[in-house]
Write a new protein. Structure first.
Length: 274
């Protein structure tokens, strides 16, 4: 791994189930809802540098969940995770990409004939070597020390503010509120001037579509504390993102989801996006 000047780490998922993937107790991806029904699958490479923050060992957990409208897993569900490293220069990503850690998957071909688990977890520990140490949430306040009701109200207040920004399609305000997260991702993925401009143009283009925003109802939300107590977010009762734009095309039964994680650098500074 020392051969890479700008190591770019990713996890390639193969999921024939609903489920979640976590890196050090921080959610990387969540697959749920009608898109998991029947025998539908999801595959693809997901970059993880923004969750690594610095060199060291990281626990990776894949959580298998029942498909849409199912109460338990069956013998037909599966999950496997492959771990890749590549040179972060975009022109070299594919030619330098290689596995750096063994694949993990459920321990059977499928689960079994009589499986009735509501969930099943696969885990491993990866070691990474990065040329940076990002100022993320490592030293933030442990949010578990705050009364859950008080924390929920504070997080809900922040989400209502974000909901208003999204409802008004105010791209510049949203980007301003997200500037710490943007700076972290720019460093984690070695953004060039062009890639930064492309990202900003993409965000502006999304907001310019004036998509319909799903309503935010406190009774349909739950608090999720993660990152070993350093991060928090709100999700809907089905586990999906609290903030979602409805895609305009009626033939596409999906939404644009905003994964908003908050932390608290100090009690005085309050919550912010990271």
């Amino acid at each position: 791994m020392q051969d890479y000047l700008k190591p770019y780490y990713s996890i390639y998922r193969r999921m024939g189930c609903a489920g979640e993937i976590y890196v050090n107790d921080v959610p990387l991806t969540f697959h749920s809802g009608i898109t998991t029904s029947g025998s539908k699958t999801v595959t693809g490479d997901i970059p993880i540098n923004h969750l690594l923050l610095e060199s060291g060992s990281y626990k990776v957990t894949g959580i298998m969940l029942p498909r849409h409208k199912m109460k338990t897993l069956t013998k037909d569900e599966y999950m496997s995770l492959d771990f890749y490293i590549a040179e972060g220069d975009t022109s070299k990503l594919q030619e330098t990409r290689k596995k750096f850690h063994p694949r993990i998957k459920q321990p059977w071909n499928g689960l079994s004939e009589k499986i009735e688990y509501p969930i099943f977890k696969i885990t491993t520990e990866i070691n990474v070597n990065l040329p940076f140490a990002l100022n993320g949430w490592q030293n933030s306040i442990n949010l578990k020390t705050i009364k859950e009701k008080d924390l929920f109200n504070e997080v809900l207040k922040f989400y209502y503010q974000l909901h208003g920004v999204l409802a008004s399609h105010n791209a510049s305000k949203f980007l301003d509120l997200s500037k710490d997260k943007m700076e972290l991702q720019e460093k984690a993925f070695y953004f060039t001037k062009k890639s930064k401009a492309d990202f900003l143009n993409g965000a502006t283009s999304l907001f310019s579509q004036k998509l319909e925003l799903l309503p935010l109802n406190s009774t349909n939300l739950k608090l999720q504390i993660m990152g070993y107590g350093k991060l928090v977010r709100l999700v809907r009762l089905d586990g999906s993102s609290a903030l979602q734009y409805k895609i305009a095309d009626p033939e596409i039964n999906d939404t644009v989801k905003f994964d908003i994680k908050l932390h608290m650098k100090t009690l005085n500074k309050g919550l912010s996006i990271i």
